[in-house]
Design a protein around this ligand. Structure first.
Ligand code: BTN
Length: 237
């Protein structure tokens, strides 16, 4: 069973779920997050009323045994792409491995997954919903509204949860990973990956393995990448 609780405001919905007494499938959301957190210690900036901030508790003991936890962030991004694709089939949506959702060349949503061995996992989703282009915090960002995709945050949140759990619980393993691969849009792309230790790998993405790691071939060597920032080397639209 899933529950979705709306808050008038929250500093960080991830912190609310992490510090509260929530069970698997419980989520909290707001359109007024005041101190959102992003990956790698970054801030996630929101404008009041313009973005969706949602955090979902996932108990690793409740998920399918054949489902690696490392796939959860990708499932979160793919679930959002699926929901948006149903509203706007022509929109150039894709998942930028491992945590972002893009519209063409601009980021429209991010996922922050936090795992604590004693309290479980929190999956945080931030979506730029109704910002005008002037209101966007960064020139690398976009919003659904800027692309003519109009959906209110509540509908989006409910649909995202439904699709997330469909992919997690009701989709066979091979179908799930193949669907993730199809939404990734990186296979065959030339990329530059900035690794967590600041080294850089440049090459072509050849594969997404079952655990969600990316295989990058630089012509002489194949690297299996578990974490890093990926830049595609050609313009996408
Ligand atoms: C990123 O792109 O760096 C990830 C951004 C994740 C933002 C979401 S908004 C809901 C949840 N609460 C937070 O404080 N962060 C995540």
């Amino acid at each position: 069973m899933t529950t979705l609780t709306w808050l008038d405001t929250a500093e960080s919905t991830n912190a609310v779920v992490r510090n509260g007494n929530y069970r698997h499938g419980d989520a909290v959301a707001t359109v007024n997050q005041t101190a959102g957190r992003g990956r790698i210690g970054r801030d996630w900036l929101e404008l009041p009323g313009r973005g969706l901030a949602l955090s979902l508790k996932v108990d690793p003991r409740e998920i399918a045994v054949e489902m690696p936890l490392t796939l959860v962030p990708l499932v979160a991004g793919v679930a959002l792409v699926d929901v948006l694709d149903a509203i706007a089939p022509e929109a150039p949506l894709w998942v930028k491995w491992p945590n972002d959702v893009y519209l063409g060349e601009h980021k429209v949503a991010g996922v922050l997954t936090e795992l604590d061995e004693s309290t479980g996992m929190v999956v945080g989703l931030g979506v730029n919903v109704s910002h005008s282009s002037e209101e966007l915090p960064l020139d690398t960002a976009t919003s659904l509204a800027v692309h003519g995709i109009h959906s209110d945050a509540k509908t989006l949140a409910e649909k995202w949860m439904g699709r997330f759990f469909e992919l997690m619980d009701d989709t066979p393993r091979d179908a799930r990973i193949n669907h993730i691969r199809s939404r990734l849009g990186l296979i065959g792309e030339a990329v530059r990956v900035e690794m967590p230790d600041d080294s850089v790998i440049s090459g072509t993405v050849t594969e997404l393995v079952d655990t969600g790691a990316l295989v990058v071939d630089n012509g002489t060597q194949r690297f299996t990448v578990f974490a890093g920032d990926v830049r595609t080397l050609r313009r996408r639209s």
